[in-house]
Design a protein around this ligand. Sequence first.
Ligand code: NAD
Length: 328
Amino acid sequence: RKLNIALIGLGYYATYQLAPAFAQTQFANLAGVVSGTPSKIEDWKKKYNIPEKNCYNYQNFDKIIENKDIDAVYIVLPNSMHHEFALRAAKAGKHVICEKPMAVSVREAEEMIAACKKAGVQLAIGYRLHYEPFTNEVMRLAREKDFGKVKFVEASFGFKLRDTNAWRMKKAFAGGGPMMDVGIYALNASRYATGEEPVSVTAQWVKTDPEIYKDIEETLFWQLKFPGGAISSSTTTYNGNVHRLFVSYENGNLEMSPAYDYGPLKGKTSKGEMNLPVIKHQTAQLEAMSEAILNNRPVRTPGEEGLRDMKIIEAIYKAAETGKEIKL
Ligand code: NAD
């Protein structure tokens, strides 16, 4: 049996990354769509053979409670809408898969976790890298310590975005700037590269172009201290390209660039090139999440994983605002 999933929000990521990924899965089925644009629904019905009864708009979405042919929804909307649709889906008794960042605040993330728990449904966050071999190797090195303990991590992710009309540039929709969009990957990487949760954070922001980056941060730098003694340094920005993860261990190092893109990812360690399988992240993620949900097992990246990042992101913003070290 397959997990029947309805995608909510048919924008770039749903259309060009998630939808094609279903074709290669054994356990995930693209069963329905939720969209505010009727013409998109018509296109998707034809292209993916989706029956009319599995199509909804944002107003009639709650009727999905009556639809036995949908098991789960996958929220691929602007960040500020994740919370509302996660709560509505949980209320309708559907499992929730939600894109990163899971929400725009810690409070929202906690409410999403509570709502899914109350409804007895799973909440999974779309951290696709956790399902991909290069990232799994970084995690393994933290666990098995081939090169000894982690001393220092440098994790940065930024790209050039100047379109002032984009929802990503509006705090009300994105919850923040590049930190919310791609900085979260760098933050998550510093956590999986050390295998630890940070204990304190300092941060600084720089704005060179206040005309363009009116509503959100342009560039943000932050530093974390980890309980085992490791420290990390990260940058996120909408004003330049950086896709790098560097880990310095007691007896060696690892360097990946690009470290967070859809792939192929590339990296090397002190032992040489990382020769690992190149896979489609979204396929691996959908497959693992669907199999876990169908078998009533916990997913690898639950709401709690998203909440940890949200708590640190709030602390990073507070540290940048106050100039103080914030304890976690
Ligand atoms: P997008 O702008 O391409 O798509 C967003 C969709 O939401 C559009 O179809 C739009 O019509 C719809 N929408 C509904 N109400 C809207 C409103 N009021 N304003 C704007 N759009 C509205 O964005 P995207 O790149 O597909 O990102 C969607 C989500 O997916 C975000 O949370 C993003 O962080 C996440 N994402 C994750 C990855 C990943 O690699 N995991 C990659 C890209 C995006």
